[in-house]
Design a protein around this ligand. Structure first.
Ligand code: ADP
Length: 161
């Protein structure tokens, strides 16, 4: 049975990510939930915090390990001996970017397969950006994120307003 990594910024982890991880954990013997340390976008939670939130949210999945990384995703996959990179797809708008990424990764590491899992309908609109936007305006995020993340976002935005 193969091993996979599920890479992303996860700033923070939300229920769409949890669902993809849960499903990947049924397909692969082991899944590394890999949090990119230096994403090319503004980050709300420092890496250690993103790791902690994901560890708590995924604690019931025995074959999932949360890690952070700084290198190229394919280099991480090879270092861990992973056979596949899992990504989640929401809409056609995700497809172009994911295809570009997958083709680049294949060029760099032909032996690592990219596996895209389709979102569940109820999470199709969810993104970390939307979650942060709603939380910053004190909206209800309880159906978007695990309870520990809801608490962390409430604390963060309580401090800043
Ligand atoms: P990245 O910056 O790598 O896109 P994200 O944390 O935004 O990092 O997303 C990580 C992965 O999870 C990506 O493959 C993304 O498409 C996927 N993803 C994000 N939101 C959802 C969702 N609501 N349903 C399914 N997959 C999702």
């Amino acid at each position: 049975m193969p091993t996979a990594i599920y890479p992303g910024a996860f700033d923070p982890i939300h229920l769409g990510h949890v669902d993809i991880t849960r499903r990947a954990a049924q397909l692969f013997e082991h899944v590394y939930f890999a949090i990119y340390d230096r994403p090319n976008k503004n980050i709300l939670f420092p890496t250690q915090e993103r790791v902690r939130l994901a560890q708590e949210a995924l604690a019931d999945l025995d074959n999932v390990t949360v890690i952070s990384y700084r290198e190229l995703t394919v280099d991480l996959a090879q270092r861990l001996g992973a056979d596949a990179i899992v990504r989640g797809l929401r809409a056609i708008s995700d497809f172009e970017w994911e295809l570009q990424l997958a083709l680049t990764n294949r060029e760099l590491a032909p032996n690592v397969e990219v596996v895209c899992l389709m979102t569940r309908l109820e999470y199709a609109f969810l993104s970390s950006t939307i979650v942060k936007e709603v939380a910053s305006l004190h909206g209800d995020i309880s159906k978007m994120v695990p309870p520990n993340v809801e608490k962390a976002l409430k604390n963060t935005f309580a401090k800043s307003t």
